[in-house]
Design a protein around this ligand. Structure first.
Ligand code: SF4
Length: 200
Protein backbone atom coordinates (compact mmCIF):
# COMPACT_ATOMS: atom_id res chain seq x y z
CA UNK A 1 0.00 0.00 0.00
CA UNK A 2 1.29 3.43 -0.87
CA UNK A 3 2.10 5.53 2.18
CA UNK A 4 1.64 8.70 0.20
CA UNK A 5 0.43 9.75 -3.21
CA UNK A 6 2.61 12.03 -5.27
CA UNK A 7 0.55 14.10 -7.68
CA UNK A 8 2.01 16.28 -10.40
CA UNK A 9 -1.22 18.13 -11.15
CA UNK A 10 -4.94 18.04 -10.44
CA UNK A 11 -7.28 20.10 -12.60
CA UNK A 12 -10.90 20.16 -13.64
CA UNK A 13 -10.96 19.84 -17.41
CA UNK A 14 -12.45 17.90 -20.32
CA UNK A 15 -11.02 14.62 -21.52
CA UNK A 16 -9.31 15.51 -24.79
CA UNK A 17 -9.05 12.17 -26.57
CA UNK A 18 -10.53 8.73 -27.03
CA UNK A 19 -14.08 7.52 -26.47
CA UNK A 20 -14.70 9.96 -23.60
CA UNK A 21 -13.62 13.07 -25.51
CA UNK A 22 -15.40 16.14 -24.19
CA UNK A 23 -16.34 14.54 -20.86
CA UNK A 24 -15.79 16.59 -17.70
CA UNK A 25 -13.09 15.03 -15.50
CA UNK A 26 -10.80 15.86 -12.65
CA UNK A 27 -7.48 15.06 -14.29
CA UNK A 28 -5.15 13.57 -11.71
CA UNK A 29 -1.62 13.29 -13.02
CA UNK A 30 0.48 10.96 -10.90
CA UNK A 31 4.16 11.66 -10.63
CA UNK A 32 6.64 9.28 -12.26
CA UNK A 33 6.75 6.69 -15.01
CA UNK A 34 8.43 3.31 -15.44
CA UNK A 35 9.15 3.94 -19.13
CA UNK A 36 11.20 6.51 -20.97
CA UNK A 37 9.64 6.89 -24.39
CA UNK A 38 11.61 8.98 -26.86
CA UNK A 39 8.47 10.80 -28.02
CA UNK A 40 7.13 11.56 -24.53
CA UNK A 41 6.15 15.20 -24.11
CA UNK A 42 4.41 14.87 -20.72
CA UNK A 43 5.89 16.54 -17.69
CA UNK A 44 5.28 14.02 -14.92
CA UNK A 45 8.23 14.90 -12.69
CA UNK A 46 7.73 16.49 -9.30
CA UNK A 47 4.59 17.60 -7.53
CA UNK A 48 4.70 21.25 -8.44
CA UNK A 49 2.01 21.48 -11.13
CA UNK A 50 -1.39 23.11 -10.70
CA UNK A 51 -3.20 21.32 -7.87
CA UNK A 52 -0.21 19.02 -7.36
CA UNK A 53 1.26 17.95 -4.06
CA UNK A 54 1.95 15.06 -1.74
CA UNK A 55 -1.13 13.50 -0.15
CA UNK A 56 -0.51 11.35 2.88
CA UNK A 57 -3.75 9.34 2.77
CA UNK A 58 -6.22 8.14 0.15
CA UNK A 59 -8.95 10.07 1.93
CA UNK A 60 -6.99 13.29 1.72
CA UNK A 61 -6.49 12.79 -2.01
CA UNK A 62 -10.15 11.87 -2.58
CA UNK A 63 -11.27 15.01 -0.75
CA UNK A 64 -8.94 17.15 -2.85
CA UNK A 65 -10.38 15.62 -6.03
CA UNK A 66 -13.92 16.20 -4.76
CA UNK A 67 -13.14 19.86 -4.08
CA UNK A 68 -12.29 20.42 -7.76
CA UNK A 69 -15.66 19.18 -9.03
CA UNK A 70 -18.16 21.99 -9.54
CA UNK A 71 -21.26 19.96 -10.39
CA UNK A 72 -23.36 17.92 -7.97
CA UNK A 73 -23.18 14.92 -10.32
CA UNK A 74 -20.92 11.88 -10.04
CA UNK A 75 -17.23 12.83 -10.09
CA UNK A 76 -15.18 11.46 -12.98
CA UNK A 77 -11.57 11.15 -11.89
CA UNK A 78 -9.14 10.59 -14.76
CA UNK A 79 -5.96 9.04 -13.37
CA UNK A 80 -3.03 9.49 -15.69
CA UNK A 81 0.68 10.09 -15.57
CA UNK A 82 3.35 9.20 -16.03
CA UNK A 83 2.14 5.78 -15.04
CA UNK A 84 -0.64 6.00 -12.44
CA UNK A 85 -0.54 2.29 -11.59
CA UNK A 86 2.86 2.76 -9.97
CA UNK A 87 1.02 4.43 -7.08
CA UNK A 88 -2.53 3.09 -7.34
CA UNK A 89 -3.67 0.79 -4.59
CA UNK A 90 -6.85 -0.75 -3.17
CA UNK A 91 -7.21 1.95 -0.55
CA UNK A 92 -7.39 4.63 -3.20
CA UNK A 93 -10.00 2.69 -5.18
CA UNK A 94 -11.97 2.20 -1.98
CA UNK A 95 -11.91 5.89 -1.06
CA UNK A 96 -12.76 7.04 -4.57
CA UNK A 97 -15.70 4.64 -4.76
CA UNK A 98 -16.84 5.51 -1.24
CA UNK A 99 -17.31 9.05 -2.55
CA UNK A 100 -19.13 7.76 -5.63
CA UNK A 101 -16.38 8.63 -8.10
CA UNK A 102 -16.11 6.96 -11.49
CA UNK A 103 -12.47 5.91 -11.80
CA UNK A 104 -10.95 6.30 -15.27
CA UNK A 105 -7.37 5.31 -15.83
CA UNK A 106 -4.82 5.83 -18.60
CA UNK A 107 -1.95 3.36 -18.42
CA UNK A 108 0.91 2.10 -20.56
CA UNK A 109 -0.25 -1.44 -19.75
CA UNK A 110 2.99 -2.67 -18.18
CA UNK A 111 1.36 -3.08 -14.77
CA UNK A 112 -1.86 -5.13 -14.53
CA UNK A 113 -4.75 -2.92 -13.46
CA UNK A 114 -6.32 -3.78 -10.10
CA UNK A 115 -9.97 -4.82 -9.98
CA UNK A 116 -12.85 -2.35 -9.84
CA UNK A 117 -11.47 0.37 -12.05
CA UNK A 118 -14.40 1.69 -14.05
CA UNK A 119 -12.68 2.62 -17.30
CA UNK A 120 -9.30 1.41 -18.53
CA UNK A 121 -7.45 2.98 -21.43
CA UNK A 122 -4.22 1.23 -22.40
CA UNK A 123 -1.55 2.77 -24.62
CA UNK A 124 1.15 0.17 -25.30
CA UNK A 125 4.71 1.33 -25.82
CA UNK A 126 7.48 -0.42 -27.74
CA UNK A 127 9.84 -0.22 -24.76
CA UNK A 128 7.45 -1.89 -22.32
CA UNK A 129 5.97 -5.39 -22.05
CA UNK A 130 2.18 -5.31 -22.24
CA UNK A 131 0.58 -7.07 -19.26
CA UNK A 132 -2.89 -5.49 -19.35
CA UNK A 133 -4.73 -7.28 -22.17
CA UNK A 134 -8.26 -6.03 -21.70
CA UNK A 135 -10.11 -2.81 -21.04
CA UNK A 136 -12.35 -0.20 -22.54
CA UNK A 137 -9.96 1.27 -25.06
CA UNK A 138 -6.55 0.66 -26.53
CA UNK A 139 -4.68 3.51 -28.15
CA UNK A 140 -1.61 3.12 -30.33
CA UNK A 141 0.56 6.17 -30.81
CA UNK A 142 1.46 5.85 -34.49
CA UNK A 143 3.91 5.26 -35.98
CA UNK A 144 5.98 3.63 -33.27
CA UNK A 145 9.05 1.51 -33.88
CA UNK A 146 8.47 -2.20 -33.18
CA UNK A 147 4.74 -1.74 -32.65
CA UNK A 148 2.31 -3.40 -35.04
CA UNK A 149 -1.37 -2.69 -34.32
CA UNK A 150 -2.23 -6.12 -35.74
CA UNK A 151 -0.66 -7.76 -32.72
CA UNK A 152 -3.25 -6.03 -30.48
CA UNK A 153 -6.29 -6.49 -32.70
CA UNK A 154 -7.54 -9.64 -30.91
CA UNK A 155 -7.25 -8.30 -27.39
CA UNK A 156 -10.37 -7.66 -25.32
CA UNK A 157 -10.97 -3.96 -25.80
CA UNK A 158 -14.13 -2.15 -26.85
CA UNK A 159 -12.45 0.69 -28.73
CA UNK A 160 -9.34 0.51 -30.90
CA UNK A 161 -7.57 3.80 -31.64
CA UNK A 162 -4.71 4.91 -33.82
CA UNK A 163 -3.37 8.25 -32.60
CA UNK A 164 -0.90 10.12 -34.79
CA UNK A 165 2.37 10.70 -33.01
CA UNK A 166 2.74 14.37 -32.18
CA UNK A 167 6.18 15.42 -33.32
CA UNK A 168 7.82 17.38 -36.12
CA UNK A 169 6.40 14.85 -38.63
CA UNK A 170 2.84 15.22 -37.40
CA UNK A 171 1.29 15.86 -40.81
CA UNK A 172 2.87 12.73 -42.22
CA UNK A 173 1.95 10.74 -39.12
CA UNK A 174 -1.65 11.94 -39.42
CA UNK A 175 -1.78 10.86 -43.04
CA UNK A 176 -0.37 7.39 -42.34
CA UNK A 177 -2.80 7.04 -39.43
CA UNK A 178 -5.74 7.92 -41.67
CA UNK A 179 -4.54 5.44 -44.25
CA UNK A 180 -4.18 2.76 -41.59
CA UNK A 181 -7.75 3.28 -40.36
CA UNK A 182 -9.09 3.22 -43.92
CA UNK A 183 -7.39 -0.11 -44.56
CA UNK A 184 -8.20 -1.52 -41.09
CA UNK A 185 -11.64 -0.26 -40.02
CA UNK A 186 -11.45 -1.95 -36.63
CA UNK A 187 -9.19 0.98 -35.77
CA UNK A 188 -10.44 4.54 -35.46
CA UNK A 189 -8.53 7.79 -35.65
CA UNK A 190 -7.86 9.44 -32.29
CA UNK A 191 -7.22 13.17 -32.42
CA UNK A 192 -5.84 14.90 -29.35
CA UNK A 193 -8.35 17.72 -29.19
CA UNK A 194 -6.54 19.22 -26.19
CA UNK A 195 -3.83 20.36 -28.58
CA UNK A 196 -6.34 22.56 -30.43
CA UNK A 197 -8.66 23.65 -27.66
CA UNK A 198 -6.24 24.54 -24.88
CA UNK A 199 -7.85 22.08 -22.43
CA UNK A 200 -5.36 20.08 -20.34
S1 SF4 B 1 4.62 5.65 -20.94
FE1 SF4 B 1 3.62 7.61 -21.44
S2 SF4 B 1 4.17 9.01 -19.76
FE2 SF4 B 1 5.57 7.24 -19.63
S3 SF4 B 1 7.41 7.90 -20.77
FE3 SF4 B 1 6.07 6.78 -22.22
S4 SF4 B 1 4.80 8.37 -23.21
FE4 SF4 B 1 5.71 9.29 -21.35
Amino acid sequence: MAVEYRIKEMVLTLQGEGALTGTAVVLLRFEGCNLNCDFCDTDFTGTNGEGGGIFSTALELAEAVQSKWVSNTQVNVLCTGGEPLLQFDRQLIKEFHAKGFKILIETNGTIPAPEHIDWICVSPKSNGILLQHSGDEIKIVWPQENIDPKSYADLKFNNFWIQPRFDENYKKNLQTSIEYCLANPQWRLSIQTQRYTGIS
